[in-house]
Design a protein around this ligand. Sequence first.
Ligand code: CP
Ligand code: NVA
Length: 309
Amino acid sequence: MEIRGRDFLRTGDFTAEELGLVLKRASQMKLAFKKKEPTEQYLADKSIAMLFQKPSTRTRLSFDVGISQLGGHPIYLNWGDLQLGRGETIHDTGKIFGCYVDGIIARVYRHADLEALAASSPVPVINALSDEFHPCQALSDCFTMIEKKGRLEGLKIAFVGDGGCNVSQSLAEAVLQLGGDMRIASPKKYSPREELASELRKLAKKGAALLITEDPFEAVKDADVIYTDVWVSMGTESEAEERVRALRPYQVNRDLLAVSAPDSIVMHCLPAHRGEEITHDVIDGPRSVVWEQAENRLHVQKSIMSLIL
Ligand code: CP
Ligand code: NVA
């Protein structure tokens, strides 16, 4: 099980056992952080490029801080400021990055661009979100679920809303790999592609099931975790009106929560659009774990970087 030097473009790039190793180290790192113990300098003398094509608050900040805490040097680069914006190819850019840095954290629109970057660069690439996947978010969310529920295996997790978005797809992949039951409720038009759904079913741990439904109440019935994300993801702004109309019945609110398990928790990757995909009272209510969920990004990403880089 050698994780060092590998790319992390989706959780399926790692086996369940390897993901378990990342989670275990994240837990140790979080404990050390809370006890204010000195952080092991896994990235000493290393420079890490953070190449972003889309806006970010949590991912940018948590990677930047995490790299610094591990003794490394983060370099934030806006895609549009590079020669990429003037037509230099991703292929050439990836090779050039390999001359200077020890790793690349990249947030892009097209997942294929991330694959091209990973293929051309000799240093590992970590996906900080693409249109298809958000693996660091998903693995970190599994960490939060295990913290809150003591396990992932056998847990019922319901994603309600834009089921075909990056966060939903990566969450389903990670949860199924780690043995949880995943339910996705969204209108057919916004469900994961059929090929991806069957790929995810193949990756699932024995006994873990994927349900895709148009009925939010079916997905949330007795669920231990209710998860949602914005209806209008970055890059889909031109469809905003249509999306909001179609997704309105998929709002996470008090009525929907009422059919979940009595001790269910509510998660959201953030940023949230209160009053759209989630109501104020639910995101600010006692079941919401969204702030700890956001904090855990730091610990899990530090673990990922310490093992890969
Ligand atoms: N959840 C998440 O990735 O947030 P940002 O877009 O702010 O990084
Ligand atoms: N699905 C959202 C996630 C933001 C972290 C988006 O892509 O905009």
